[in-house]
Design a protein around this ligand. Structure first.
Ligand code: GUN
Length: 300
């Protein structure tokens, strides 16, 4: 695998290539499981309603799960689905021995209590790592399922930076899905971690202190060059659609890529950076969940 391409300033962190390598590793291990244990891991994805972005993600997840040699079970429910009906489906998936991983695509429609649904998923099948038990395991250093996007960011950081110990890491964003678990993972790597958010005073100054800067706020191109310490590693989790002059749209991150590339040491592009890592980590979590649940050794 080629690791990096040199842009004028920063090294481009190629998440697309890294994710393809990780998916190939998962496929290789799935083939061993099938031969050694007669086991094919299964991932169930639940989509409620017709959110266009969610439809795209779910289609991709299904395709890549099959490509990795695992079973994919898709459950599409109408956007009028009630709480009890969704909880009943989650319960069935918890009890289904062919299902090793359960992912309920977010966001859910307004009539559904998202926390209650996430709490109903068996923590050992919670391949998203969103259950409070898995959040607690991560916070206390116990093994558990780790949310896919921050896990993908950490893999890229360890690959491109190496030992993270002692580095100043700033995570901008405090969501349960990205910001908080990202901070926990960086702490586990012995970084000095700051979580910044919309109320942070002098956000640019806080960011300038970062050797590792992770942006996960959902604000297009918010992070500018003068927010970034020269040579810092910048991980952009944002996926924002903005209008172009010709009336079409394009995807940009939370980082002003062209501006920040001039000062950063390394940077993830959008698209092609963090995004592809999320699904690759989901497949990896599903394979791990299948082994852990059955007390099987993970294939080498
Ligand atoms: N919606 C956007 N990203 C995600 C994700 O990683 N998991 C789930 N369940 N829903 C999402």
């Amino acid at each position: 695998m080629t690791d990096s391409t040199n842009t004028p300033g920063a090294t481009l962190i190629d998440g697309k290539a890294f994710a393809a390598t990780l998916r190939a590793e998962v496929a290789r291990k799935a083939a061993i499981l099938k031969q050694r244990d007669n086991l094919v891991p299964g991932l169930a994805v639940v989509l409620v309603g017709h959110d266009p972005a969610s439809e795209v993600y779910v289609r991709n997840k299904g395709k890549l799960t099959l490509e990795a040699g695992m079973h994919s079970f898709e459950h599409r429910l109408p956007d009028t689905t009630g709480q009890e009906e969704l909880l009943a489906l989650v319960q069935r998936l918890n009890e289904d021995p062919a299902v090793d991983g359960i992912l309920v695509q977010l966001p859910l429609p307004d009539q559904i209590d998202t926390d209650a649904v996430l709490a109903a998923i068996d923590p050992d099948k919670d391949v998203d790592g969103f259950h409070v038990v898995n959040a607690g395991r991560l916070a206390t250093g116990l093994p558990g399922m780790v949310p896919c996007t921050p896990l993908g960011c950490l893999m890229l950081l360890k690959h491109y930076v190496g030992d993270l110990s002692g580095l100043n890491a700033v995570v901008v964003g405090r969501s349960n899905i990205v910001g908080k678990p990202m901070a926990q993972l960086l702490l586990r790597e012995s970084c000095t971690v700051t979580i910044a958010h919309s109320r942070t005073r002098d956000l640019p100054a806080v960011c300038r202190n970062a050797d590792i800067l992770v942006a996960a706020v959902g604000r297009p191109q918010m992070v500018k060059a003068d927010w970034v310490k020269p040579g810092a590693t910048v991980i952009d989790v944002g996926i924002n659609r903005i209008p172009k002059e010709d009336g079409k749209t394009r995807l940009v991150g939370d980082v002003d890529f062209d501006d920040v590339s001039r000062v950063a040491g390394a940077i993830t592009p959008v698209p092609g950076g963090v995004g592809p890592m999320t699904i690759a980590c989901l497949l990896n979590n599903t394979l791990e969940a299948a082994c852990l649940r059955r007390g099987l050794a993970l294939p080498e």
